[in-house]
Design a protein around this ligand. Structure first.
Ligand code: ADP
Length: 233
């Protein structure tokens, strides 16, 4: 399956939307493997800036640590540069962007001007499940694969199944920072849902109890029913 079915078809952007811990990163990884389009995670890009010590990294380090949102202008600029690259010409997956109404409006303008249509998937999760998902989350620092020590542990404790690297806990997966991230989600990000419900192709998937594979297969059906072909493997 691909995000563009034929030469005449418009390329598509898939926006994965949901609170911290809703499984956006997990679904994005599955989708990027299946659709062969880039996975663009603003969180990963910002963390990479921090790790590499770039000027953007020093601007955002404390904001990420505190679980707050970085400025719209900065994120918009990073995303615009990324999705303008040639590897995005057949479509791409956005994870963690847009996160404010202003980002959503900028993205719509950008995509409309390039004749890219967007599909939006909302991963809906019971709020009580989210804290436990985040506090038990571990990530491979090399390939980004996500684990959950209770629900999806690695084969060898503390090591990535793919890379063998020692798994890490994200700085912002500490309980007091998690609260701050939920607060930012409720105040700044949740209102974006109403914008999408009324604009374009929107799909809500109940993601509290279903397995990642079940959710993935529902998202694939939604993409197929919205015009993506079944070309590439
Ligand atoms: P999660 O969705 O689990 O909170 P992300 O990896 O998407 O995690 O984001 C981590 C942090 O990066 C956010 O808490 C925020 O500080 C910053 N960030 C990521 N995307 C955006 C965005 N679109 N706008 C503003 N800040 C962002």
């Amino acid at each position: 399956m691909a995000l563009v079915g034929s030469a005449e078809e418009r390329s598509k952007a898939l926006v994965l939307f949901g609170p911290p811990g809703s499984g956006k990163g997990t679904q994005a990884k599955l989708l990027t493997q299946s659709l062969h389009v880039p996975h663009i995670s603003t969180g990963d890009m910002l963390r990479e800036h921090v790790r590499s010590g770039t000027p953007v990294g020093s601007k955002v380090r404390d904001i990420l640590k505190a679980g707050q949102l970085v400025s719209d202008d900065l994120v918009n600029e990073i995303v615009e540069e990324r999705i303008g690259r040639p590897d995005c010409s057949h479509g791409f997956i956005l994870d963690g962007y847009p996160r404010t109404l202003s980002q959503a409006q900028i993205l719509s303008g950008f995509l409309d001007s390039r004749n890219v249509c967007h599909l939006v998937v909302h991963l809906k999760v019971d709020p009580e499940k989210l804290v436990s998902r985040l506090t038990n989350r571990r990530q491979c620092p090399q390939c980004g694969t996500l684990y959950n020590v209770l629900l999806k542990p690695p084969i060898v404790s503390g090591r990535c199944d793919v890379e063998g690297a020692r798994l890490i806990i994200r700085d912002d997966d500490k309980e007091h920072v998690i609260r701050q991230r939920f607060d930012a989600y409720e105040r700044q990000t949740h209102p974006v849902l109403d914008y999408y419900r009324g604009n374009g192709k929107f799909f809500e998937v109940e993601a509290s109890d279903a397995s990642p594979d079940e959710i993935f297969s529902q998202i694939r059906k939604f993409i197929s029913s919205n015009g993506a072909g079944h070309s590439a493997p």
